[in-house]
Design a protein around this ligand. Structure first.
Ligand code: PLP
Length: 451
C-alpha cells in the first residue's frame, strides 16, 4: 500500500515510529504519544492529518518568512527542474541561478560583503566559515591564528564544526564536541544572569569578556568571534544595547574577524534585511540560511567581505559541497527575495506587524506567570517565573512549566516553542493583525492552563 495523506493517522504514526529517527528528539517518547502529522499549510496556518488548523508562530523553524503556500515558488522550482535540475559549481563551471543569487545577496548585504559561498543550510555554512577564517589567516602567513571565540548558549548548527561553535552543553555532551581551539564566553542574558546589575552595565561586562578571552590566548592566536545578533534557539535573548557596540570595538581593536550568524535574524526577521543592520554590527562574514528561501528549499550561504575574499580567492580553498549553489534552491531563493522586495514585506513588518505584535506581546507581562516579555521585530520571548520581583527560576521539579505551556499551546492550535522556562515566537513575517490577535488569545489561554 502507498503511504499518503489519506492514510489513518494512527497508521502513519506507527510507520513513523518504526522507521523515522526524529532530530533533537527522544524517539521512543514520540512513538508512545504519536507524532502530530502535518499534511499541508497556507499562509500562517498548518493543517494536521485530522484536519485541525494550527497557527504556526514559529514559521516552521524560524524560516517560512513569506508564509506557506506561495505558488510562485513552486512554479519557479518546477521550471528550474525542467531546465537544469542540477549542475555543480566546482571545476570552472557556473550557472545562472547561482550567479544571479550571489549578485543579489551582494547587493542586499551591507558594507563590502560582496562574495557568496553557498551550501545547503546554516550548519554547513558555519562549517565553511570556520574553515574559511582559519584558511584566511594561514594564507596570510599566520597559521597559529586559529582560535574562534563563541558564546555559551549560542546556536550555530549541529554538525561537528557548527555544533562546536555553538555553546549548547546538550550538544557538546554527545560526540566529542567542541573540537579544539574553539572557546566560549558568557552570553548577554540579563534576565537570567544579570543579578543586581543594570542591563547596560551587564551588557558591557559580558562583551568585555571577549577582550579578556583574547588576551588570555594571546591576540595573535585569535582568528574570529562568532555570534547571533539575537540568540534564537537559546531563547530569543535580545542583548542589552551596550553589548554589540563593545563587541565591535574589541574586534576592531585586535583585528579579529567578526562573523554574524544571521540564519534566523536575516531576511526581515528584525525589520531590516539583516539583524546586523538593526543591531549596528559590521561583520566580516554573515551566515545566512532559513529565510533565504523561506524554507521552501534547503540552502545556506556565507556572505564574505572583499578583505577576506581577496585573500581566499587567490589560493585554492579546498572546501565545497555537491549542492553548493544548487540551481533549484538558488532559483527558489531568488524568487523568495523578489517577493520580499516587491511586496514590501519588510515595510509590513516595520510599519504594521512588529508594532502591533510588540504591543500585544508586552501586555502579556500582566499574566501572573510572565516575568518579562521582549521582542525585536518578529522574534520574541517571554520568561516564565514563579516570582516576578526576583526573576527566580522554577525549582527543578517544576522545570517543566515551559513544556506544559508549549503542550497546551499545541493543543490549543498554536505552535510556540519553549526553551526551558522561556516561551518563544518567530511567526511568518506576513502575519496579519487579526492573526496576531488569534496568536495572543491562544497564548494567553495556554498560559492560564499552565498556571
Ligand atoms: N545558525 C543559527 C543561528 C540557527 O538558528 C540555526 C538553526 O536553527 C543554524 C545556524 C543551523 O542551521 P541548519 O539547521 O540549517 O543547519
Amino acid at each position: 500500500t502507498s503511504i499518503t495523506n489519506h492514510m489513518p493517522t494512527a497508521e502513519l504514526q506507527k510507520l513513523d515510529a518504526a522507521h523515522h529517527m526524529h532530530p533533537f528528539s527522544t524517539n521512543t517518547e514520540i512513538a508512545e504519544k504519536g507524532a502530530r502529522v502535518i499534511t499541508k499549510a497556507k499562509g500562517v496556518f498548518l493543517t494536521d492529518s485530522e484536519g485541525v488548523e494550527i497557527l504556526d508562530a514559529m514559521a516552521g523553524l524560524w524560516c517560512v518568512n513569506i508564509g506557506y503556500g506561495r505558488e510562485e515558488l513552486a512554479e519557479v522550482a518546477a521550471r528550474q527542474m525542467r531546465e537544469l535540475p542540477f549542475y555543480n559549481t566546482f571545476f570552472q563551471t557556473s550557472h545562472v541561478p547561482a550567479i544571479a543569487l550571489a549578485a543579489k545577496l551582494a547587493e542586499l548585504a551591507p558594507g563590502d560583503l560582496n562574495h557568496v559561498f553557498f551550501g545547503s543550510g546554516g550548519s554547513d555554512a558555519n562549517d565553511t566559515n570556520l574553515r574559511m577564517v582559519r584558511a584566511y589567516w594561514a594564507m596570510k602567513g599566520q597559521p597559529d591564528r586559529n582560535i574562534v571565540i563563541a558564546r555559551k548558549n549560542g546556536y550555530h548548527g549541529s554538525s561537528m564544526g557548527s555544533g562546536s561553535l555553538g555553546g549548547m552543553s546538550a550538544i557538546h555532551s554527545q560526540g566529542g564536541l567542541p573540537i579544539p581551539d574553539i572557546h566560549h564566553i558568557n552570553q548577554p542574558h540579563w534576565y537570567a544572569e544579570g543579578g543586581d546589575m543594570s542591563p547596560e552595565d551587564f551588557g558591557l561586562a559580558r562583551a568585555q569578556e571577549l577582550e579578556a578571552e583574547i588576551l588570555k590566548h594571546g591576540e595573535h592566536r585569535v582568528a574570529a568571534f562568532i555570534g547571533e545578533p539575537i540568540q534564537g534557539a537559546g531563547g530569543v535573548i535580545i542583548p542589552p544595547e551596550t553589548y554589540w557596540p563593545e563587541i565591535q570595538r574589541i574586534c576592531d581593536k585586535y583585528g579579529i574577524l567578526l562573523i554574524a550568524d544571521e540564519v534566523i535574524c536575516g531576511f526581515g526577521r528584525t525589520g531590516n534585511w539583516f539583524g546586523s543592520q538593526t543591531l549596528d554590527i559590521r561583520p566580516d562574514i554573515m551566515t545566512v540560511a532559513k529565510g533565504l528561501s523561506s524554507g521552501y528549499q534547503p540552502i545556506g550561504a556565507s556572505i564574505v567581505s572583499d578583505k577576506i575574499a581577496s585573500v581566499v580567492d587567490n589560493n585554492e580553498f579546498n572546501h565545497g559541497y555537491t549542492y553548493s549553489g544548487h540551481p533549484v534552491a538558488a532559483a527558489v531563493a531568488l524568487e523568495n527575495l523578489r517577493i520580499l522586495e516587491e511586496e514590501n514585506i519588510l515595510g509590513h513588518v516595520r510599519e504594521t506587524a512588529a508594532p502591533y505584535l510588540a504591543e500585544k506581546w508586552q501586555a502579556l507581562t500582566d499574566h501572573p506567570l510572565v516575568g518579562e516579555a521582549r521582542i525585536c521585530g518578529m522574534m520574541g520571548s517571554i520568561a516564565l517565573t514563579p516570582h516576578k520581583e526576583t526573576r527566580a527560576k522554577f525549582a527543578a521539579d517544576e522545570g517543566t512549566v515551559g513544556l506544559i505551556c508549549r503542550t497546551r499551546c499545541f493543543a490549543n492550535g498554536l505552535v510556540m516553542r519553549h526553551v526551558g522556562d522561556r516561551m518563544i515566537i518567530s511567526p511568518p513575517l506576513v502575519i496579519s493583525n487579526g492573526e496576531i490577535d488569534t496568536l495572543i488569545t491562544r497564548a494567553r489561554l495556554s498560559l492560564d492552563e499552565a498556571l
